[in-house]
Design a protein around this ligand. Structure first.
Ligand code: ZN
Length: 264
């Protein structure tokens, strides 16, 4: 889709990952591997923390969660987290849901606010199937980390409202910045709304449509790097993604992995 403006953000993330890897000797492989904002990881992140939401707002004020970027799985050392970004999409999301269901896998869907607003039936189908929701901003701006705090706030909080309304009241539990463009401010804001900043360890590269076999090979090769795996259910023809999931989910199971959610 146009909002991705080609492959810019994927290249940017790759460059960031390489840069991080080069200075990662003193830190864990998992932290280095896929935290595209590693430079922000080391700080305390408290400088721009927003004030907590007002207490007692209908009793529904979300509890604050950690503002560090999570990669770990709640299923422990052999757990993996399947994450599906950029939807929901009326063509591809139902197909992804079918593959997940056929394999008994629960996943985390990072939704774009306008997509959720346009397809509330799909948001509800995702929730009904036991998957979790993640805020992926209103308009998928991969340059968020260079924008004002007011803009970042609008992008995150409006998407939170859109997704929650579309779902029928189920709140997103995570926040994933498009392209990994987190800031200390955006992490703190999301965390204050109960949305844990969510990174990834393995980019399946499915967005670039390299062929089903290549997507499968990337996941099989890189899953040892960490548990959180990135796929997409929107932004163009995702038939390769669907086909790759059909191969890679049983493979992961054969390897002894179990499927979980990112730790909150
Ligand atoms: Zn995205």
């Amino acid at each position: 889709m146009v909002r991705h403006a080609g492959r810019g953000w994927h290249g940017r993330v790759l460059a960031a990952a390489i840069g991080v890897t080069a200075v990662a000797a003193a830190t864990s492989v998992w932290t280095a591997q896929a935290d595209p904002t590693g430079k922000q990881h080391a700080g305390t992140g408290v400088s721009a923390r927003p004030s907590a939401p007002a207490a007692g707002a209908g009793g529904s004020a979300p509890a604050k969660v950690s503002e560090t970027i999570v990669h770990a799985s709640d299923r422990g050392a052999r757990g993996v987290n399947i994450t599906i970004d950029d939807g929901p999409d009326p063509v591809w999301t139902p197909q992804v849901l079918r593959v997940l269901r056929d394999n008994g896998v629960k996943a985390t869907f990072c939704m774009v606010g306008t997509q959720a607003q346009a397809h509330p039936d799909l948001v509800r189908a995702v929730v009904a199937a036991g998957h979790r929701l993640c805020d992926h901003t209103v308009s998928h701006d991969t340059g968020m980390d260079h924008k004002s705090q007011a803009y970042q706030s609008q992008q995150i909080l409006d998407a939170e409202r859109m997704i929650t309304k579309a779902s029928g009241g189920v709140r997103p539990m995570y926040y994933r910045a498009p392209g990994g463009a987190f800031t200390p401010y955006s992490r703190g804001l999301a965390a204050s709304r109960g949305m844990r900043p969510l990174g990834w360890n393995v980019d399946s590269k499915d967005f670039e449509r390299p062929g089903t076999a290549a997507i499968v090979a990337t996941v099989e090769k890189e899953v040892a790097n960490g548990p959180t795996i990135l796929f997409h259910d929107a932004g163009g023809d995702r038939s390769q993604t669907v086909a790759a999931l059909r191969e890679v989910l049983p493979w992961l199971k054969q390897q002894g992995y179990s499927f979980g959610f990112p730790v909150r």
